[in-house]
Design a protein. Sequence first.
Length: 517
Amino acid sequence: MSEKQAKILLVDDKPNNLHYLSEILLDRGYQVQRAISGQLAINAALDSPPDLILLDVLMPKLDGYEVCEKLKRSKLTRDIPIIFVSVLEQAFDKVKAFKAGGVDYITKPFQLEEVIARIENQLTIFNLQKKLKEKHKELTQYTLRLQAEIAERKRTQEALLLAEKRYNNLVDNSIEGIFQANPSGRLLSANIVLARLFGYDSLEDLVEKVPNVSGLYVQPDRFSDLMSQLEYQDTLCNFESLVYKKNGQTIWISENARAVRDTTGTLLYYEGTVIDITVQKISQEALKFHKDRNEQLLQSILPARIARRLQQGEARIAESFDDVSILFADITGFTEFAACKTPKEQLAILDRIFSRFDELAQHYGLERIKTIGDAYMIAGGLPMPHSELTDTIVEHLPIERVARMALDMQIAMTELGTSVGRVFPLRIGIHIGSVVAGAIASTIGHSKFIYDLWGETVNLASLMESTGLPGQIQVTPEVYDRLHEGFAFEKREPHSIDRQREMTTYWLRGRQPQSQI
């Protein structure tokens, strides 16, 4: 739902005020409900919850503060943003409005464009919060499915381990195949168990059909490998091979062999035992497969080093880092573009974009932290295995690599935009400083983990993105101080980045000519 399709409830005991605002909002494309008293407003909101409420303060019986408090106590209406509109302009009145649950306060007489701008801003926030809740619900459902799958695989793994244990007990108590053979592979003697192991009805049948045991091995050089090892050692244990049975099927066997030599050390023959280990091999492969799959699942949602630590038994991981570069990027205009696309088409485009960003992050040795909708977050300066960093990347500081990636992301978006028929400008923000990083564990039947970063550094990087402009990279003075010798910047005039503070920020334009960065 776009902001212009939103439903707004107007509450004022003055019919003229209601009519004036209603006409303006209807002309702007909004749906409008009207209520001339506090109780009527409550009834209307509970019956058909709007997306936003414009609420007058001074009304008979129930004033705006009381209406707001009642709406905030109801599960149906507590999340609806409420903007107070009043002639009262004292700080006390405004504080009372915010304590009651209002999100904004407009003083009469007001500028129409200011009212519209504040409405659009609160609707945008409201829609983003709804989308975030939906994404959180989807992620929770996906995590529960993933946990169920992991639990099922764990049960399968336990069943396989039990099956392997039972099989090993059976093998330990069984009679093994026993044989003697000369160095060329001709059988000199054997027992019936050996014959049956290879699928033959009798020892005579085995000797007749298999004149040389070298022909039993699937790998042509396997018999030569066995004899080569016996040339240099008297005993050989657990020599595993894939062999043919009489019917052409293959099984895995394990041989224990001993060399018998004459007084000169010449090999006369070798003797030993053979057991069928096919079930054991299948169990081992199945266990390895499930172990690898479980590791892949864990590493697909967490950084590799964090996944390894969790696999080693750490239950909670929290770390503090002093010099971490944070980048937030938002795809401007994607929401409107996606409105006319199917979910599969939207996902395909986002997959192409984020896959390209992931390639850049890997190239620059940076860590993707998360994506939220069409927003993307990376960090530089977190520990990464040295094997994942090239010598060229190691030469540059993480903040330099983050800046280079930001510039490459803009180029990548232009290239991708050409292929999909529309270029989406990126709004990017960067800041550097201290963060707390860790794997958050919560329990809903089973444990699940989410890796994230916290701290003022993260907040400022997010503000750099949200207060920036489409197609621009906005950075803090700290980033400028680190990079101005190797990169080109344009200084912005001081501007508000939140309700409490102003800041002088910079646009990152590119690399300086002749820069080695």
